[in-house]
Design a protein around this ligand. Structure first.
Ligand code: GKR
Ligand code: MG
Length: 451
């Protein structure tokens, strides 16, 4: 008989939310994004939750885990997560070529995502509640800080009015300025600065990241310079997802070195050299620190990145590394004088709460945490979503994830998935992750979707 409560049920609930028409190298974001929610109930009647990327691939992995999770003691969560990993080990070895995407091929993202991360989070949520400790107290060396600094994630925004039939939400009548702004066409440096101003007014960010890979390197660096001029004290980063050629990246980033705190995946593989090699050359030539969520997404890739000296900041997304793996990375990086951070895709507030707990336990001088939340804000799956104030989220004192899940909201998001988003997203894996690609191209003069 176990001493900690037993997991009596595990549910996997696919959900969808509404997105804005954000531009990236892969295309524009679709009107919907999808996620999978894991809901565990224990023998004391508590509920633990975890959130992870959407799509049927991840949903199926999670459903396959159910017999390995139900009936297990929450105190034994490490062995449970290991048994899930073992179940997938063989499958993952076969598809290793999909991992460590060195260019932004979103259809391969499902291979980087580790579904067991959602189970680990939900079990830590339960265990924390049982022990009356926040989840961060159970990770690595425990709580390291009282509040976590977040970054304002800026995107170029396309014209959703030119794709009306796709059904993007109309927020033009909202009384929240940011909610109106996030659906406003944003393509020039001046418009990017305006976006940042509205964000700063609402959330108080002191760090900004611009999603690049949409215009030329030179044009995007003009936006970075405009941001730095407008917010001289802010840390500014740009992430073109490996879109730039090495020589142009060196030229334009050197010219804008005064404006950049670091560059995230500025270059990709080229002429037979891998991203790890091109980033080592970029760093040597510019002296600008490099962050990645693309070329070091597992321990073996990370080893080669260290050997090549191609990375300074590892964005160890807990969905790619699991919370425990991400914190193991945080401890190593801190010991070696490198920096830890988190990468994000579209997500709900359960992920936001998970990021806060992981970042709260990460030792040393971490970088501001990446989040897409601002683009989803207003769509809550919890009754007490974390609040970004002065650019930070306070680490909750409440146990576990520190959130109260809203089952009605989850079931509504599941209806949205089943009735609207699934038909849309099931067309391909990239759409399942929330991107529009096939049969649509960009008008290069004024990016918006055209047939
Ligand atoms: O949401 O378009 C997006 C991002 O580009 C996302 O797909 C990236 O994975 O934010 C991510 C990143 O930092 O590379
Ligand atoms: Mg990135």
């Amino acid at each position: 008989m176990g001493k900690t409560p037993i997991v009596t049920s595990m549910r996997v609930i696919p959900v969808a939310g509404r997105d804005c028409m954000l531009m990236t190298l892969s295309g524009a974001h679709a009107p919907y994004f999808t996620r999978n929610i894991v809901v565990l109930t224990d023998s004391d009647g508590r509920t633990g939750v975890g959130e992870i990327h959407g799509g049927t691939h991840t949903c199926k992995e999670l459903t396959d885990y159910i017999p390995l999770v139900e009936g297990q003691e929450i105190g034994n969560y490490r062995a449970v997560v290991q048994s899930l990993f073992d179940l997938n080990r063989k499958k993952r070895a076969l598809r290793a070529c999909g991992e460590g995407i060195q260019c932004l091929d979103i259809s391969k993202l499902k291979f980087v995502v580790q579904a067991e991360a959602a189970v680990e989070t939900a079990m830590l949520d339960l265990l924390g509640q049982y022990m009356e400790l926040p989840m961060c107290a159970l990770l690595a060396g425990g709580r390291q800080r009282e509040s976590v600094r977040m970054l304002g994630y800026l995107f170029y925004v396309s014209d959703q009015n030119r794709a009306k039939e796709l059904g993007y939400l109309d927020e033009s009548g909202s009384d929240v300025e940011w909610f109106r702004r996030r659906r406003t066409v944003t393509l020039t440096p001046e418009e990017i600065v305006k976006e940042a101003e509205v964000l700063k007014a609402r959330y108080g960010f002191r760090d900004f990241k611009l999603k690049g890979g949409v215009f030329s390197c030179g044009e995007e660096m003009e936006a970075v310079k405009a941001l730095k001029k407008r917010f001289p004290d802010a840390r500014i980063n740009i992430d073109p997802n490996g879109a730039w050629r090495l020589q142009e990246a060196i030229e334009h980033c050197t010219d804008a070195k005064w404006a950049l705190s670091y560059a995230e995946d500025p270059v990709g593989p080229e002429e037979g050299y891998s991203s790890r090699e091109t980033h080592a050359e970029f760093k040597m030539a510019t002296g600008i620190p490099v962050a990645t969520n693309m070329f070091a997404t597992n321990w073996r890739q990370f080893y080669h990145s260290l050997v090549e000296k191609s990375v300074d900041i590892v964005l160890a997304d807990p969905h790619f590394w699991t919370p425990g793996g991400s914190l193991r990375m945080a401890q190593n990086l801190n010991d070696w004088g490198l920096t830890w951070g988190i990468h994000s895709n579209n997500h709900f507030d359960i992920t936001l709460a998970t990021f806060v707990q992981c970042a709260a336990a990460a030792p040393g001088n971490i970088t501001a945490i990446d989040t897409h939340w601002i683009w989803q804000d207003g769509q809550y799956l919890t009754k007490n979503p974390p609040q970004i104030t002065d650019g930070c989220i306070r680490v909750p004192k409440a146990p576990g994830l520190g959130i109260t899940v809203d089952m009605d909201a989850i079931m509504k998001a599941n209806e949205l998935y089943r009735h609207e988003a699934a038909a849309f997203c099931d067309r391909n894996d990239a759409l399942a992750m929330g991107y529009l690609i096939p049969n649509w191209t960009f008008d290069s003069k004024r990016p918006c979707l055209v047939r």
